[in-house]
Design a protein around this ligand. Structure first.
Ligand code: M6R
Length: 364
């Protein structure tokens, strides 16, 4: 049941420190600060290319993984929406690894993409939350998120636990490729080990996010911005808001702003900015300046250093813990979930059963 919570969505948001910890326990050794994936029956060091296929929120998890795997393991990664991938007869070379991300393990388009990749000589790896699902059974290897059953139609804990396993895949592949020394592995493992406590710290900002959500609720359109791994988090934030509040929301790469979307900005459009302190911070911060200069109402999600350094004062700030940029996307998923939830509450929508949506999309 929902326990003391009003909806499954918020119950599942608050389960994240626990289920992220459970998922980390399947691969992380905190004492030695090393990471070992459950058995993968082929050599990750020999993978020539990675193709990630998924839908919806799972696709955004894959989009974060692209940055991680390319940066750490120096292997080319393609990420694609399953419904497009399956029909375009993609060219796949031998030695490639195809990863299918699916909470349910039953999404029809993702399953069709898996069958295509198997038929075209790819190694196949499923990342699912349901061990006995079709996608898990038909893949060469299945890695499991330990999210437990996810009831809310809007995916929350499945997403962050997917990110944890994908981070593990990136680290393992980097090591297998000889691109990562023990010191770097130890640093990243330490950052991962601290994620549950840091997620708890973000959850303690719920009251602040609720206040901000009440100011967003009357909006007709909301824009989300991010760069690097913050970009898929912006997309995920926009999807979450659409799903549960029915407000039109779009995520953009911050650098794309001046190529069109900036025309949308006036003082009625809230702009949620995902901006941890990382090597792209300055770039995104200067986009914030451009938006504020045009009357945009900015909600700035950052850490203490990032908030202090911001020249233009954002209208609303939410302070997240200062973390290694590697794990930032996992943390920044939380405030966008809570914002969507509280906007939905303010609007009185059916949070756990949004109109027109099904939990599992088993038809194409
Ligand atoms: O079960 P899957 O992960 O394959 O589902 C994919 C999407 O249908 C799913 O993530 C959907 O976008 C959610 N409603 C997002 O909140």
């Amino acid at each position: 049941g929902k326990g003391q919570h009003r909806h499954f969505m918020v119950k599942e948001i608050f389960e994240q420190p626990q289920v992220i910890g459970d998922t980390l326990n399947t691969m992380l050794n905190p004492a030695t600060r090393t990471l070992t994936l459950p058995a993968v029956p082929f050599d990750l060091g020999a993978v020539s290319k990675v193709t990630i296929v998924a839908c919806g929120t799972s696709f955004y998890a894959g989009s974060v993984a692209r940055y991680w795997i390319e940066k750490l393991a120096r292997v080319a990664v393609e990420v694609e929406i399953a419904s497009e991938f399956r029909y375009r007869e993609p060219v796949l070379s031998p030695g490639g690894l195809a990863i299918f991300i699916s909470q349910s393990g039953e999404t029809a388009d993702t399953l069709a993409a898996l069958r295509y990749c198997k038929a075209h000589g790819q190694h196949t790896l499923a990342l699912v939350n349901v061990a006995e699902s079709t996608i898990a059974r038909e893949s060469e290897v299945a890695l499991l998120t330990q999210a437990g059953p996810e009831i809310g139609v809007a995916s929350t804990k499945a997403f962050t636990t997917q990110l944890v396993v994908l981070a593990g895949i990136a680290v393992s592949m980097a090591r297998a490729k000889g691109k990562m020394d023990a010191a770097e592995e130890a640093r990243l493992c330490q950052a991962l080990a601290e994620v549950p406590a840091n997620v708890s710290a973000v959850l303690r900002q719920e009251h602040r996010l609720r206040e901000i959500a009440e100011t967003i609720a009357p909006a007709r359109d909301v824009i989300y911005l991010g760069r690097g791994t913050g970009y898929p988090i912006a997309l995920e934030g926009a999807l979450k808001l659409k799903e549960v509040s029915y407000i039109h929301a779009e995520g953009y790469a911050s650098g794309e702003l001046k190529h069109g979307p900036i025309a949308l900005i006036d003082d009625h459009v809230p702009i949620i900015v995902v901006c941890p302190t990382d090597e792209l911070y300055e770039k995104t911060a200067s986009n914030v300046q451009e938006v504020v200069a045009r009357g945009g109402k900015v909600v700035f999600l950052s850490d203490k250093q990032g908030i202090d350094r911001l020249a233009t004062k954002a209208l609303a700030t939410v302070e997240l813990p200062q973390v290694d940029p590697f794990v930032a996307p996992i943390l920044y998923a939380i405030p966008v979930q809570l914002l969507a939830y509280h906007v939905a509450i303010a609007k009185g929508t059916d949070v756990d059963q949004p109109r027109n949506l099904a939990k599992s999309v088993t038809v194409e």
